[in-house]
Design a protein around this ligand. Structure first.
Ligand code: CO8
Length: 261
């Protein structure tokens, strides 16, 4: 497959039309180092390039999704290295995928780990999940979108409290606050995420790409701009044969047979 490259910090797998990326640095609670961000982006891009993959699950271990960026790697970084060296520049590629990505989070999702989860389309959380932006405790601030996505996801008050104090939020509070789509028992998390991903991957690929893109526009722009974008995308959906197949199947009372290629 396109993902046959050996990897050091992640495991890459696929089942049917679902790509799976598992963060794997057990010695460091899956802390994100340069290699890991590069490997996640490369694996995600390879899945994104394939029309036989319709959704991606990004997950970690039972103890940690990712406990942040690797503090040991960052400790001696200069401002120049961080800026000119383009630290974690590949993170932007993860944000630009066409294929929906589900973050399946158990245990710690802190700092860059919380930011990585928030960069996905939605988060499914195990009841053990702990979210936080503890950078303030290290004398820094979030650097991969935490101060931007968290307020949009959970509102100003909770986001400000979390970013300014560094406190973590458990799974139930995260669900109440709208940070996660659903909470499931820890031992059912990956199966649930796979089933959810399969549900998405069974749909029409152009419709899914287009719906994801429209949701992203909602996140990034004004209502008026978003509504114009959606209207154009909706009209364009009628140019794909999956639209007529989907509607014909409904009328005929059968399952749609989308083209998937
Ligand atoms: N970086 C490096 N190593 C880590 C990290 C990390 N973020 N988190 C855990 N580890 C390591 C520990 O050092 C330890 O290693 P060792 O056994 O060699 O000492 C091992 O993982 C196990 O960790 P603990 O012994 O600490 O396990 P506990 O169960 O006691 O605690 C915690 C787990 C609560 C997760 C704790 O490890 C912790 O607080 N970790 C740090 C969390 C944190 O501060 N994260 C934010 C990091 S900063 C960040 O993410 C900024 C991202 C923006 C980058 C922007 C670039 C442009």
């Amino acid at each position: 497959t396109a993902n046959a490259e050996p990897t050091e910090t992640i495991r890459v797998d696929e089942r049917g039309r679902v790509g799976i990326i598992t963060l794997h640095r057990p010695e460091a609670m899956n802390a994100l180092n340069r290699t890991m961000v590069r490997e996640i982006a490369a694996a995600a891009r390879a899945f994104d390039d394939r029309d036989d993959i319709g959704a991606i699950v990004l997950t970690g271990s039972e103890r940690a999704f990712a406990a942040g960026a690797d503090i040991k790697e960052m400790a001696d970084l200069s401002a120049r290295d961080a800026y000119v060296g383009g630290l974690f520049a590949e993170f932007a590629e993860i944000e630009r995928l066409r294929t929906p990505v589900i973050a399946a989070v158990a245990g710690y999702a802190l700092g860059g780990g919380c930011e990585l989860a928030m960069a996905c389309d939605f988060i499914l959380a195990a009841d053990t999940a702990q979210f936080g932006q503890p950078e303030i405790k290290l004398g820094i601030l979030p650097g991969l979108g935490g101060s931007q996505r968290l307020p949009r996801a959970i509102g100003k008050a909770k986001a400000a409290e979390m970013v300014l104090t560094g406190r973590t939020m458990g799974a139930d509070e995260a669900e109440r606050s709208g940070l996660v789509a659903r909470v499931v028992a820890a031992d059912a998390l990956v199966d649930d995420a796979m089933r959810t991903a399969e549900t998405i991957a069974a749909k029409s690929l152009p419709a899914v790409y287009s719906a994801k893109e429209s949701l992203q526009v909602a996140w990034e722009s004004t209502l008026a701009e978003g509504l114009r974008f959606e209207r154009r995308s909706f009209a364009a959906a009628f140019a794909h044969e999956d639209q007529s197949e989907g509607m014909r199947a409904f009328v005929d009372k059968r399952d749609p047979d989308f083209r998937h290629r």
